[in-house]
Design a protein around this ligand. Sequence first.
Ligand code: MN
Length: 190
Amino acid sequence: MELDWEKGFTLDFDKLTGLSQGADSKKRTLSQMRGMFADAGAQERMIAAGDPLVYEFYELGAPGDPGDLAPGASITYPGKVGDEYFMTKGHFHTVIGTAEVYYTLSGEGYLLCENPEGDWAAFGLSPGKMVYVPKRYAHRSVNTGSAPLVTFFAFRADAGHDYGTIERKGFRKLIVERGGKPEIIDNPKW
Ligand code: MN
């Protein structure tokens, strides 16, 4: 398939995610997320028991010139570490003044967002819903359902990713299961 970034192209979602052509995704297993879940003991037991795939994402290799857009897709799998739902690592963009849109195709969850000044929001993700992530907000997908959470996203292609800030500090909030329902709590490590 030719991706003509100069002339434009269309792409079925199953081709974007490689579901029909076996395209490579970037995969993140639980062992690649050490330190990111509150219950480190539960995380180590799950790693020893098989190191489950937590999420994967697909990018198309958009050119990173000013004015380009980078579309992609992510799949966050259902599961929990202790009572904390499976989630993506989350990131700021290197160009922090970058907005992004997420559109949910299937599954249920939240897009957890926060800015360096401490403002935060948890936007519900459900099929057919779009979230606009404002500039300066880190974002993380959290799957609170029992099926894969599948989202489409697009952001400015020259924005880059800053994973390190979240790897060091985490998010201010965690999303955990309490009484069978998602609840947003303060991150005890903050
Ligand atoms: Mn992003």
